[in-house]
Design a protein around this ligand. Sequence first.
Ligand code: 13P
Length: 252
Amino acid sequence: MSEPRTPLVAGNWKMHKTIAETKAFVADLRARELPAGVDAVLCPPFTALCAARDALAGSPIGLGAQNMSWAESGPFTGEISPLMLEELDVEWVVLGHSERRALFGELDVRVNEKVRCALVHGMTPIVAVGETAEEHERGLARDKVYAQISAAFEGVATEDVARCVVAYEPIWAIGTGHADTPESADAIMGVIRACVPGLEHVRVLYGGSVKPDNIAAFVAQPNIDGALVGGASLEPASFAALLEGARRGAYA
Ligand code: 13P
C-alpha cells in the first residue's frame, strides 16, 4: 500500500511571462476556488519572482525558481545565487532540468553541488532527471535515471535527501504531446525510490506533456505524487484544472 503523500503540482514556466503577465496570472488564479489537499508551486522566470512573491502573499501557493548557482557569490556572470533567491522568499528550486543539462551543459557534478547548496539554504530542490529518446528506445531509461539520481544525491545525508522532491521527465515526452504511460513512469519512479536511502518517502513528480486530462491517471499511480508541468501551467484555468486533476487522482 502506498503511503499518503500530499500531491504536488509545480508549474515550470520556463522562459515565459513578463512581470505584467505574471501579475495577471496570479490575480486570475487567486480568484478561483482551488482544491484542498493539493500543494501548488509556481516557478516563474527570475525577473518575475519578486512580482510573483508579492502577488502570492497570503496564499498557500508556493514560489520556486527554475535554476540556481552552486555558489553564494563571485565572478559568475549571468548566474543567480541562493542568497538572492532567499531574499525573495523562494522556497523551491528546480535543479538539473533536462533543458539546463542539454542546452547549457550542466553536468551531474554541478547538479549535485546545487542540490547541496539549496539544502544548506533551506530550499526544497526539485531534482529533475530523465532519459533521451534514444536511451528510451535502447531500453536504457532505468540506467540513465539511476545514474543521474545517484550523482545528484552523492554525499547528501539521508535526512536531507528526504527533504527533496524528484521529477522524472523523460526528455522525449517534454513539449511533444506524447506523455509516457502512467504505468511505465510509475515503474521508473520505483527505481528512483530504491536508488538512494531517503528517497523512499519523498514526493516524486512526473513531467512531460502533462495536461488537465491526463494528470489524474499519473497521480493515481502508487509511486507518483504529482507533476512538473510546462505548457499546461501557463494559463490560470489550465493550472487550476491540473490541481483539480491531481486531487482526483490522489483521492479517488
Ligand atoms: P511540458 O509540460 O510542456 O511537456 O514540459 C515539461 C517540463 O519540462 C516541465 O519541467
